[in-house]
Design a protein around this ligand. Structure first.
Ligand SMILES: [Zn+2]
Length: 293
């Protein structure tokens, strides 16, 4: 009995040793890399997942599928003159802070919480942003469209109309003229505030305004017209040229639409998890952000 057991153990040891010997570490690294790469059906783009937080291979595979689906969804929308990179590295990061979508890398946070804005960031990486991902064409159409896409196709429901209705009822609307003004847009989309909660809240409010306004433009006038506006400089004039109405008239129409929307119910506010937290911060923000010009 003992002897048998001994030889059984020995054969397991041998087997293990044998397996270890036959796996070349280089091959193993290559295999891991292959498991983390995926190519789009048209062969134009390779994604490589850099799994910095050691999520499971199932999760990595799910993210690969989400990237391919989002790639197709974004291709179905607007087209720009920007030519995307042939390879994009997608970093999975710890925490719930800022995610980024640049030319050849996407940084995703909120992965473990399942709140990563993959569609939002991929929209930036595929459609381009300013001149080589700078702010030379402002932020309004790029952030607005990326959030619109996240709301439509991503895992995050942004409750655009409900939040806009709430801002309206609380007298906390940001004028569109300020969000598209090259001299003021930084203060809204990239606020330089020492209070991080205020910074996050003001930026989120700006993104929500931009996304809701752009959703209204797309639903009312179609994607083709919006395509002419995307990533353009001098948006005030460009809007009038494309829509035959100036930005103030378009804003008025949009707010009339928001006015008749249903707001959050009391139950939805409780369920949303962060409604009351955000609202506390909104009240603290400097009222000049919301002043009409
Ligand atoms: Zn963005």
């Amino acid at each position: 009995m003992f002897k048998l057991r001994g030889s059984f153990l020995l054969s397991i040891l041998l087997l293990t040793a044998c397996t270890e010997e036959t796996v070349d570490p280089k091959e193993q690294i290559q295999e891991e890399k292959d498991n983390n790469m995926v190519v789009t059906e048209d062969g134009k783009l390779t994604f490589e997942i850099i799994n910095k937080i050691n999520v499971s291979q199932d999760k990595v595979d799910a993210i690969k599928d989400e990237l391919l689906t989002a790639y197709d969804d974004i291709q179905q929308t607007i087209h720009t003159s920007y030519v995307p990179s042939e390879k994009i590295k997608v970093y999975l990061n710890e925490g719930n802070q800022n995610s980024w979508g640049l030319a050849s890398k996407i940084e995703l946070t909120g992965v473990k919480e399942d709140q990563y804005p993959l569609v939002h960031e991929l929209t930036h990486s595929l459609l381009g942003y300013g001149n080589n991902f700078d702010a030379s064409s402002g932020y309004f159409t790029q952030e607005g469209f990326a959030s619109y896409m996240e709301d439509q196709y991503g895992k995050n429901d942004l409750y655009l109309e409900k939040y806009m209705k709430h801002f309206m009822d609380s007298d906390k609307l940001i004028p569109i003229s300020k969000l598209i003004d090259p001299n003021q847009d930084d203060a809204y989309f990239r606020p330089d505030l020492t209070n991080i909660e205020e910074l996050d809240t003001l930026r989120w409010m700006s993104y929500t305004h931009a996304a809701s306004f752009i959703k209204y433009l797309i639903d009312t006038y179609g994607l083709e017209k919006f395509e002419q506006l995307y990533n353009e400089k001098d948006l005030a004039n460009k809007m009038e040229e494309v829509y035959g109405k100036n930005s103030r008239e378009l804003e008025k129409d949009w707010l009339a639409f928001i006015h008749i929307q249903k707001g959050f119910t009391h139950e939805e506010k409780l369920k949303s998890g962060y409604f009351y937290g955000k609202n506390t911060i909104i009240i603290q923000l400097d009222p000049t952000y919301f002043a009409k010009e």
